[in-house]
Design a protein. Structure first.
Length: 520
């Protein structure tokens, strides 16, 4: 047993507390400094760590020592912990004896070499006293108890076992491969596949108000931790960085020439992705990732990419969840010259959590149906959007006909009215029966309503599709086939022919028509 006292002593008992030996020969530790923590090693039987705090004497220096002979002699392992970081607590990793965590008055530090070199870990942790540490061994989570700001958890710190040096800058650690100037993807922990609960109005506080405390859960899905030895900058970012460095040295900078600015405007900025592939090597998802230098962590939600049209604001809808099985991930750099693999693939296994009440007996068959639904949704959304764009197109075309001088607008307006009637019938089946629904009358479900209901039920469930969902899929598929052909005939044949006539008449140009030709 080891006991630390408030008068700078560590007492050792080798008989369960029957008798005690006092030790105080601590190098570089002031006499009678408060023993803030004593930790017996998990790996070496005779090893013990002691952490001292002397702030009551106006001394805010850190003090961390280690004994390898049960307290008979001590070694200073404070290393390069900055002065002013009064120390409170220490924790030894349960796998790597050289991986230590140190809680100080102003944050958290980690060492990979048993105390020779310490690096501050930030990751969103505020500047606060870390008074106690604990490790959840099954999940490799580090739990911090702070003074005044509650508890913090560093989820799955196992990548720290592979790092071997400090990274300059905002605090972090470099991978072994990163130290040699290469990107590095750390081992990927096998994720559990399940449907996350959405209580209280989603993942927010619901109606409980701001006084109801909630904290974020760990990210769902497969979590990827990777290291980049350097930032992948655009031409503009690199020029601006060099200019800032020159200004810091007191040097003048020149305004860039036209060729430089043109190259910057034309360049496609580099992008970094974590590319996930299935056991057959087919790409499942490309997850956007940070491209600046340092250690990064992102999560993949175990879903395929949505097949709906991309959103202008960059948002992305959910695709179906993958079936449990083997997958791999790699970090890829995308530039205007193509794609380059920055790391080798890392394999991992998506495992079913197995807690569903009505789980599908055949997950592969369930995924096959969900992917068929995703294809139906892709086509339905595309046809629906094309129908809405055609409606806007006809409105502008009518205005252009009326504005054109020297032509008889009436015949063209009659044809446009006929097109609008055909389009109305198409959209009534495709999206909504406006006549009935706007008057609170019954209308059969449209194609989009059927598809949305199937997606809403299936993409957030692990149960097999119901007979109703399968029948609704068949009805929506048949109706979509009919309506898409009707729309294609309207737009690509009849409307295109009339627009060609209007172009020959010199009618003002409207969206959807061919680009006018101008002779040399």
């Amino acid at each position: 047993l080891y006991v630390g006292t408030d008068d700078g002593l560590v007492q050792v008992s080798e008989d369960g507390g029957g008798s005690w030996q006092r030790h105080e020969a601590f190098p570089a530790v002031p006499a009678r400094a408060y023993v803030a923590d004593v930790v017996a090693s998990r790996h070496v039987a005779d090893r013990v760590y002691a952490v001292f705090n002397n702030h009551k004497e106006g001394d805010f220096a850190p003090y961390v020592v280690r004994s390898d002979d049960r307290g008979a002699s001590w070694t200073n392992i404070t290393g390069d912990v900055p002065d002013g970081q009064s120390t409170w607590t220490l924790m030894e990793d349960h796998v790597d004896p050289d991986l230590l965590f140190l809680g100080t008055e102003f944050g958290l530090f980690v060492t990979r070499d048993g105390g020779g070199t310490w690096v501050r870990l930030r990751g969103g942790l505020p500047t606060i006293a870390v008074r106690d540490l604990e490790i959840q061994r099954r999940e490799d989570d580090l739990v911090l108890a702070t003074f005044g700001r509650g508890f913090y958890i560093l989820d799955d710190y196992s990548p720290l076992r592979e790092v071997d040096g400090a990274v300059a800058g905002a605090g972090g650690v470099a991978g072994a491969a990163g130290a040699a100037g290469q990107a590095h993807l750390f081992p990927v922990k096998d994720p559990w596949a399940y449907i996350p609960a959405r209580p209280l109005g989603g993942q927010q506080k619901g109606t409980f108000g701001d006084s109801f405390f909630t904290a974020p859960n760990p990210p769902f899905g497969a979590v990827f931790t990777y290291y980049l030895p350097g930032s992948h900058e655009s031409l503009k970012e690199r020029r601006q960085r060099l200019e800032r460095e020159a200004l810091a040295r007191g040097e003048d900078i020149a305004y860039p020439d036209q060729a430089t600015l043109t190259a910057e405007d034309m360049e496609r900025a580099p992008e970094v992705f974590v590319v996930v592939s299935d056991a057959g090597g087919d790409v499942v998802r490309r997850v956007p990732a940070p491209r600046r230098a340092g250690l990064h962590r992102i999560a993949w939600d175990l879903r395929y990419a949505s097949l709906q049209p991309p959103s202008p604001d960059g948002g992305e809808a959910d695709g179906p969840m993958v079936a449990p099985g083997e997958f791999s991930a790699r970090v890829v750099l995308a530039t205007g010259d193509g794609h380059e693999d920055l790391t080798a693939p890392r394999s991992f296994t998506v495992r079913p959590l197995g807690t569903a009440t009505l789980a599908a007996a055949d997950r592969n068959a369930l995924l096959a149906f969900q992917r068929e639904v995703a294809q139906l949704q892709r086509a339905a959304v595309a046809v629906d959007r094309a129908a809405r764009e055609t409606s806007d197109r006809l409105v502008l075309l009518r205005r252009a006909v009326r504005a054109a001088p020297g032509i008889d607008a009436a015949p063209y307006e009659t044809r446009i009215t006929a097109f609008e009637a055909r389009l109305f019938d198409i959209r009534r089946v495709l999206s909504r029966d406006r006549t009935a629904l706007d008057r609170a009358e019954f209308a059969p479900p449209s194609v989009m309503q059927r598809v949305s209901r199937i997606v809403g039920a299936q993409f957030r469930a692990t149960s097999a599709p119901t007979t109703t969902q399968q029948s609704s899929y068949a009805v929506a598929s048949a109706q979509l086939a009919e309506m898409s052909e009707a729309l294609r005939a309207l737009v690509e044949d009849d409307l295109a022919a009339m627009e060609a006539e209007l172009e020959a008449e010199g009618v003002p140009w409207t969206p959807g028509r061919p680009i006018p030709r101008w002779p040399r």
